[in-house]
Structures are given as structure tokens and as C-alpha cells.
Ligand binder design. Structure first.
Ligand SMILES: [Zn+2]
Length: 176
């Protein structure tokens, strides 16, 4: 396992529609292990492959005690609407309220290559929708009103002018 570098706002891969995974082989399992390790070190509740520079349809989630990898994820049904604050490891220190479906049914493939279905609500449902957005090249700021988005992104760009859009993640040294 290895920590992967995070791609931040401005890196073109975040705006790329990721391609389907054909087979879940050992290399893919190793990559998924890297995604988990990187998400944990960065203290995220989810991480999509393109956030570490790989435009494939795979992401990991760890929210409300539910931890899983999803390969080629598809939302089968979505109902209700809920509004809550979101952030993103690829846009550090920027937060905004996003309205999403409250409950979803997810179809995906796990790291063993087996299909599974997951019913989710609350934070888990939100994290799944946020990560699938990533795989389609969509960022949470795209869901904000144009005015709010302009304001936040203007401030972000000013604060991060001239910085690299690919950053190493520091190992989580908590408790050591
Ligand atoms: Zn994100």
C-alpha cells in the first residue's frame, strides 16, 4: 500500500469523465487499498480515483461507520431531498451547502469483483453522490448558486495562487 498524491482544483483530471473498470484484478485491488489509505490519512469520508490522478470509475467511502469500495457505481433510485454542508479533499478549506437526494439505492462492484446493492441515507448517501459526481468530472461547488460559487472560488484562487495542484498527503501520525 502507498499514499497517493492528491489532485486539487485546477488539475484537469478532476474535470475528466472517468472510464469504466473492465476487470477487478490484483492491480485494481492494490489501487483500492491505496485509495483507502490516502482517504484515511487525509481524514476524508470519501475519495474518488481521479482525485489521485486516475480517471477510472472507482471510489471509496467511509462515513457513519460504513466503509466500502465501489467500482463502476450507479445510482439505481434516488428519493427525497436533503441540504447539508459539504467540503472536498480536492478543494481544501472550502465549504458550501449542497442539496442532494436523501435516500439512494446504489449498484456497484466490490474489490472482489462481486456486484452488490446498498441502500443508503444521510451522510453515506451524500458521500456516494459526491464521489460519483467526481467520476463524472463534477465538483460539489458546481451545485452551488452561480453567485456563491463565484465568491468561494474567487477567494480560493486568490488564497492558492501559484501553488501546485498536485500535493502529497502526509501520513496520519495520530496516536503514535
Ligand atoms: Zn470531493
Amino acid at each position: 500500500m502507498a499514499l497517493r498524491d492528491l489532485h486539487l482544483l485546477g488539475s484537469p483530471v478532476l474535470r475528466t469523465r472517468s472510464s469504466n473498470v473492465e476487470t477487478v484484478d490484483d492491480a485494481m485491488r492494490e489501487f483500492i487499498a491505496d485509495l483507502f489509505e490516502t482517504m484515511d490519512a487525509a481524514k476524508g469520508v470519501g475519495l474518488a480515483a481521479n482525485q489521485v490522478g486516475v480517471a477510472r470509475r472507482v471510489a471509496v467511502v467511509d462515513a457513519d461507520g460504513t466503509r466500502f469500495a465501489m467500482v463502476n457505481p450507479v445510482i439505481r433510485t434516488a428519493e427525497g431531498r436533503a441540504r447539508a454542508e459539504e467540503g472536498c479533499l480536492s478543494i481544501p478549506e472550502l465549504y458550501g451547502d449542497v442539496t442532494r437526494a436523501e435516500r439512494i439505492v446504489l449498484d456497484a462492484v466490490d474489490e472482489q469483483g462481486k456486484s452488490f446493492t446498498l441502500e443508503a441515507e444521510g451522510l453515506v448517501a451524500r458521500a456516494i453522490q459526491h464521489e460519483i459526481d467526481h467520476l463524472d468530472g463534477i465538483l460539489f461547488v458546481d451545485h452551488l448558486s452561480p453567485l456563491k460559487r463565484q465568491l468561494l472560488l474567487g477567494r480560493y484562487k486568490k488564497d492558492h495562487r501559484g501553488e501546485d495542484v498536485i500535493k502529497p498527503v502526509k501520513p496520519d501520525t495520530n496516536g503514535r
